[in-house]
Write a protein that binds this ligand. Structure first.
Ligand SMILES: [Zn+2]
Length: 323
């Protein structure tokens, strides 16, 4: 329609105008195709999509199951940790592992960072972080148990080695004739320190080693102890058995608690048959009466301690009265 002539006229398009019309039409067509395709997919998924969807659901269910399984593992680990602190460690008087160490390195891990980029990281991230935490706690728990084991082994050796019995069997007749501490020397009458205890009894009574150890000396003393045996028990403990009648062990010999190392006698600077028994811890003498708990009941201990014969009474007198 030509507005000037008011007549219909045939429009002729230049080649360029024609090309533009074709282009616009093509773009429209493509846009329509794309729209249709996505619209179709939205309501009618392709078979492949159906498979993916199903797999996805299965995986999600797997993760949920895995998550609850991990909860169980966590609970078991917590129980182990509880037993570790309250039972195993307390038996060996070890401090509980501080929670700062137990929880160390159990925060989010760097290795999980890539998971945060997932479209829905929640479930996968949760499971992954849980596994990290459990693995860290397991390592801490494992090293704690290793410590406990070492402690128990050492403790066992210590308990076996520590002097802890009376060197004379509790059935044998003995008198405690001199206690540990200061006393008037039976020879000089001067007040001197007595570094052990004296147990008087009949000649030939078996003298027992009081803890596992190694004989470091078994000869006649140059200091008035007569025939004596010195035993090194490790852990700083050394015991001395002096004035023996007969020595039955050799230097370097390994002894177990209770083994006979000699017999009661009257050798050296002694006024009658008795055993001088001494315990040193890290070189310093300690009271042997405090180390008799293994083979002496509290009653027997009281009885022995109450039978202390004043040193003024001669050993000979004690030995005689024993007969
Ligand atoms: Zn003595």
């Amino acid at each position: 329609m030509n507005p000037e002539t008011l007549r219909y006229e045939r429009v002729t398009l230049s080649p360029r105008q024609r090309a533009r019309v074709v282009a616009i039409f093509s773009v429209g067509l493509i846009a329509l195709a794309v729209l249709l395709r996505f619209g179709f997919e939205r309501y009618y998924p392709t078979p492949r999509q159906v498979i993916y969807e199903r797999e996805n659901n299965n995986l999600r269910a797997e993760y949920v199951a895995l998550n609850s399984h991990l909860q169980q593992v966590e609970a078991e680990l917590a129980e182990l940790r509880n037993r570790d602190d309250r039972f195993y460690r307390s038996i060996l008087s070890l401090e509980p592992v501080p929670s700062s160490i137990r929880e160390a390195g159990t925060g989010g891990s760097e290795s999980n960072m890539h998971l945060r980029n997932l479209r829905k990281p929640g479930l996968v991230l949760d499971v992954s972080e849980r596994i990290d935490k459990i693995s860290n706690r397991m390592q801490i728990q494992s090293s704690s148990l290793e410590n406990i084991y070492m402690e128990a082994v050492t403790n066992q050796q210590f308990l076996a080695s520590k002097p802890s019995i009376n060197p004379i069997s509790s059935g044998d007749p003995i008198w405690l004739t001199s206690t540990y501490g200061y006393r008037n020397d039976p020879f000089t009458g001067k007040r001197t320190a007595h570094h052990g205890i004296d147990l008087a009894g009949p000649y030939g009574l078996a003298i027992h080693c009081t803890g596992d150890g190694v004989v470091i000396s078994s000869e006649t003393s140059r200091h008035g102890y007569g025939k004596e045996v010195l035993v090194d028990h490790g852990f700083g403990y050394v015991t001395r058995y002096a004035h023996l009648q007969e020595i039955k062990v050799k230097q370097g010999q390994k002894l177990q608690r209770g083994e006979v190392l000699g017999t009661l006698g009257n050798t050296g600077r002694s006024t009658g048959p008795h055993l001088h028994y001494e315990i040193r811890k890290d070189g310093s003498p300690v009271n042997p009466m405090l180390f008799f708990y293994e083979n002496l009941t509290p009653g027997e201990y009281t009885q022995l301690a109450s039978r202390v014969v004043p040193v003024e009474n001669t050993y000979q007198g004690v030995a005689m009265s024993q007969k």
